[in-house]
Design a protein. Structure first.
Length: 518
């Protein structure tokens, strides 16, 4: 059944602020991320009057990939935006495009940064942005440190002692490949930047439904008393994709599912579900609690890793009635590749709230459908007064937080079925964001770009959070590399929910995976 919902939106309960004037410099300004996500998100913010009055966007492009003028760059972007979902009025599109500029060059060449400094000075004077600048590194990780070092060499990262005008740098994942490389990346970045200037972005944290985990927990009194080992039997987190690797073979062969998903998205969702209540929703206190949660996750016993972690790789199969190839047959993938496309884990959080409650996490490519959800299964009733119905006959209550693609939540309850007989059935209360609010959830990059302009690091990853995550997962990666027989790579057909061995992680505890609703 669908839960009827009345929405009472009170303007004084909204937290929006107007950003200060600023310039936004996008390295990789013609890449897939910039043209597919960043510039459309900025255009959407502009159409909603959420950008400052004075701003500009400067796309930095590599030679050979560049239009030949500002106007050519604007026309390219306008063509892309016209095909982007959503109806942007022509006048708004023209006004937005007029703020676009471009600068071609070699990111490792000093001459490029001299030209960049000159361009920023002219644009700042023309647009009245007061010197406030965001540098977005939408480039491969190997370029993060060289770009930041060059920016510092030319004085483009320097701030006054009060941070005005300010300079902020957005860094895309991955934040290193393991604990050692992540620590080295942080050291190199902080040679030129203060921590307050570094915005490590995980787009999952910008999703409305991910943020709503916090609202659900900490803006309501009905759930928080139940959110612990006293009432929760276990927690499941599933992030599945029905697609393969597409054109990302070179990246995925170096990454794999654990680096691509667990070290960032999955651990961040787990932290939001498990963290303690922050004193207030500010960047320091909120991120303190997330890091505390990560540090209480029980380290893996690598000698018996297969009891805690299952990894897999998809083979040929069928999805949606269409036959698809296996991972090793994908273009650009080695025919004997041992890269994992699926990971499932069994975790425990050793603190007062969650002691003894298992958390089961899984992610994979080429699964039956795209879905991201969190399931809290509550404990069964200890005794049934409805004889001859036994306690084990009553389904446990489930709270399902659906992150994508259908954003919302479900709550299952046991209730009397209509009729003269005393029959109990399962009742599902269903809430869908798009049905209730009548709008599609905005792209997460909108929220995160706006927060960076506002100087709000709350939804960005802090240095110690990166290191805490890698400290947990690096031993797993090292065991796979040095002793692969301890945790074998299992095969699973495309279109399935992963290797059968992943079921054993729950079966050993007398539980089973919840299959996401179709």
């Amino acid at each position: 059944m669908t839960l009827e919902t009345h929405v009472d939106l009170k303007e004084n309960l909204c937290m929006e602020k107007q950003p200060e004037p600023c310039g936004i410099v996008i390295f990789g300004g013609s890449g897939d991320l910039a043209t597919g996500k960043l510039i459309p998100a900025l255009c959407s913010l502009y159409s909603k009057n959420l950008l400052p009055e004075s701003f500009f966007i400067l796309g930095c492009l590599s030679y050979g990939k560049s239009p030949q003028s500002d106007e050519a760059y604007r026309e390219m972007v306008k063509t892309l935006l016209k095909s982007y979902p959503g109806d942007i009025p022509g006048k708004v599109l023209e006004e937005f495009a007029s703020r676009l500029h471009y600068l071609p060059g070699d990111y490792r060449d000093k001459g490029f940064y001299k030209a960049l400094k000159d361009s920023l000075k002219k644009l700042d004077e023309h647009r009245g942005t007061g010197g406030n600048t965001i540098f977005y590194l939408a480039v491969p990780p190997s370029l993060f440190c060289p770009i930041v070092s060059m920016l510092a060499t030319f004085g483009l990262t320097a701030e006054a002692h009060k941070g005005t005008p300010w300079v902020r740098v957005i860094v895309e994942k991955p934040f290193g490949r393991d604990l050692v490389s992540a620590a080295e990346l942080n050291r190199e970045l902080k040679k030129s930047l203060r921590e307050r200037q570094i915005y490590r972005i995980d787009h999952y944290l910008g999703k409305d439904t991910v943020q709503n985990i916090l609202m659900l927990r900490f803006a309501n009194t009905i759930f928080e008393p139940l959110w612990s080992r006293d009432y929760v039997d276990h927690v499941q987190v599933t992030v599945s994709e029905d697609i393969g690797i597409g054109h990302r073979s070179s990246y995925y062969e170096e990454s794999g599912a654990l680096r691509d998903m667990f070290q960032n998205h999955m651990i961040q969702i787990l932290a939001l579900v498990g963290m303690e209540t922050p004193v207030s929703f500010d960047a320091t206190r909120y991120r303190n609690e997330k890091v505390k949660l990560m540090e209480t996750i029980r380290p893996f016993n690598t000698k018996e890793l297969s009891r805690w972690v299952v990894r897999g790789q998809y083979t040929a199969g069928e999805i949606g009635g269409k036959k698809v190839c296996g991972y090793q047959e994908e273009q650009g993938v080695a025919h004997d590749s041992g890269v994992e496309t699926f990971v499932a884990m069994r975790l425990f959080i050793d603190n007062w709230r969650w002691k003894g409650v298992p958390f089961y996490l899984r992610t994979g490519k080429r699964m039956p459908r795209k879905v991201s959800e969190v399931v809290l299964q509550f404990k069964k009733v200890p005794h049934s007064i409805f004889s001859p119905i036994l306690p084990e006959n009553l389904d446990p209550n489930l709270l399902v937080l659906r992150i994508q693609p259908e954003e919302g939540l479900d709550l299952t309850l046991n209730a009397k079925m209509p009729g003269p007989r005393g029959c109990i059935g399962t009742l599902n209360l269903h809430f869908c964001y798009c049905e209730v609010f009548g709008v599609t959830a905005p792209e997460p990059y909108e929220r995160l770009l706006l927060d960076c302009m506002l100087g709000d690091q709350t939804l960005f990853i802090r240095e110690d959070g990166v290191l805490a995550s890698w400290a947990l997962f690096t031993p797993v990666l090292e065991t796979w590399e040095k002793s692969p027989s301890i945790c074998p790579l299992y095969r699973y057909p495309a279109g399935s929910w992963g290797p059968a061995e992943a079921n054993n992680l729950l079966r050993m505890d007398g539980r089973q995976w919840k299959i996401p609703d179709t």
